[in-house]
Design a protein around this ligand. Structure first.
Ligand code: HEM
Length: 424
């Protein structure tokens, strides 16, 4: 079988598609090549312009007037389709409207105002004991086995349980949240076959009905949760958000809040296994400072939110290439984080870098991640407990090397069979 990753190192650029599933899984050498030879590259298959250099990606993220986040069809990963069966399912639900991630200022700022307060430093500080309690609880469940499937046993449940608690969803409904997150992610991956798309449509419909019911409850009796804030907030006397707007916001918080942090936690452990010298630094001295440095370097190298869509509102020149008005572009945050001009020896995992925080894993500008501080706290708290209780990480005996999923927007592993020693 043809090795696409190898081929991409030397083939003519006209034969290269960054949307090829193998290159979505392993984009590193292709990214380097695009940065040097074609920093603005139009994918021959999808027509999407890929922008890969750090400075260009940052400039793009800062210029929301030229690079709009409002996509044709109502939003990133929208289910807009010509398939009558899928359309019939979606017609039983609520329309896909553009809110924070898929909206431009001033509307985008308006939506953000409803939820920004939920992630205030005081609220996040109060979450710290809960993050550590959950981390201990998940580790308790597998520590005596000497091994676990880290993604499913820790990486996913930690952010999922926290987001559920913040949204006001009972823990008994966590499997539903997981199923709905998978449906949204499957859609975003742009790799679903028709059966997959039908299932995603049904699951998203179920998500909508579930949350609309919860929203009605919160309109009658507000609680201390994000859902109550979203449905009841009225800023400057404006009318409260309608169901479609609330659903869009909840789905963004759910998807952005789960998959990305799970991916970073899990690939973080894999990076420690593969970089024993860096692991040794935190193993010997798991101080808050070292764990924080570890988290930032994991975010840079893994960049779980690898690519984000933008649509040009005018003809614009980037790195000498004119991108026509109304073109779809990818801001390649992951590629920017591996740019040698910004990060020396960029593919090296090095927690002692002096510019650790220069990464753009959380984006930049008006769309800078709503959950950046929450995610940082989850990762710092999670790793703190992990280093207190587990050591000598390695791949479980007989397990094969972990795989990465092929997703146009998100980067992450499909699982990690982990063996470890228990710290006495
Ligand atoms: C490691 C974890 C995370 C990563 C790597 C990440 C990455 C990003 C990136 C790159 C953006 C900017 C997108 C753009 O410019 O179009 C973004 C926006 C966003 N993130 Fe995160 N995120 C993470 C965790 C979270 C969490 C925990 C939440 C939930 C609270 C969250 C909610 C959001 C939302 C709602 C937006 C859209 C904000 C807006 O457009 O105004 N993210 N995130």
């Amino acid at each position: 079988m043809e090795n696409v990753v190898e081929k991409a190192k030397t083939c003519p650029l006209t034969e290269l598609s960054p949307m090829h599933p193998e290159l979505l899984k392993c984009p590193y050498s292709m990214n380097r090549r695009l940065q040097r030879e074609a920093p603005v590259f139009q994918d021959p298959l999808s027509g999407i312009y890929f922008i890969s250099r750090y400075d260009d990606v940052v400039a793009m993220a800062m210029d929301h007037q030229t690079f709009s986040s409002v996509m044709p069809g109502g939003g990133t990963g929208s289910l807009a389709t010509a398939d009558p069966e899928i359309t019939a399912i979606m017609e039983k639900g609520y329309p896909n409207v553009s809110t924070m991630l898929t909206q431009d200022p001033p509307l985008q700022r308006r939506y953000r105002k409803f939820v920004d307060g939920a992630f205030s430093p005081a609220n996040l500080k109060a979450l710290e004991p809960f993050i550590e309690q959950l981390s201990n609880q998940f580790i308790d469940a597998f520590i005596d086995h000497g091994q676990c499937e880290f993604l499913g046993d820790f990486g996913i449940p930690l952010p999922l349980t926290i987001i559920a608690s913040q949204l006001g969803v009972p823990t008994s409904d966590l499997p539903l949240l997981r199923k709905w997150t998978d449906a949204f992610i499957g859609n975003l991956s742009q790799q679903l076959d028709r059966d997959g798309q039908l299932k995603a449509a049904r699951d998203i419909l179920e998500f909508q009905h579930y949350f609309v019911e919860k929203m009605e409850e919160r309109r009658k009796h507000a609680e201390e949760d994000i859902l109550s804030k979203v449905v009841n907030a009225s800023i400057d006397g404006e009318k409260p958000l309608d169901n479609a707007e609330c659903l869009s916001m909840v789905s963004q918080i759910l998807v952005a809040g789960n998959e990305t942090t799970s991916a970073a936690l899990t690939e973080g452990i894999w990076l420690l296994i593969n970089n024993p010298d860096q692991y040794e630094i935190v193993r010997k001295d798991p101080s808050a400072e070292n764990i924080n440095a570890l988290v930032e370097e994991i975010l840079r190298i893994t960049s779980p939110s690898a690519n984000m869509f933008r649509r040009t509102t005018r003809d614009v020149e980037v790195a000498g290439v004119t991108i026509p008005e109304n073109s779809i572009c990818f801001a390649r945050f992951a590629a920017a984080n591996q740019d040698e001009d910004r990060f020396a020896d960029a593919l090296k995992f090095d927690i002692t870098r002096t510019n650790l925080r220069d990464h753009v894993a959380f984006g930049k500008g008006v769309h800078h991640c709503l959950g950046a501080a929450l995610s940082r706290r989850e990762m710092n708290g999670g790793f703190k407990v992990i280093f207190q209780r587990l050591e000598n990480f390695r791949l479980a005996p007989g397990a094969s090397e972990p795989e990465f999923s092929a997703n146009a927007l998100l980067h992450g592993m499909t699982g990690l069979q982990l063996a470890f020693d228990k710290i006495a």
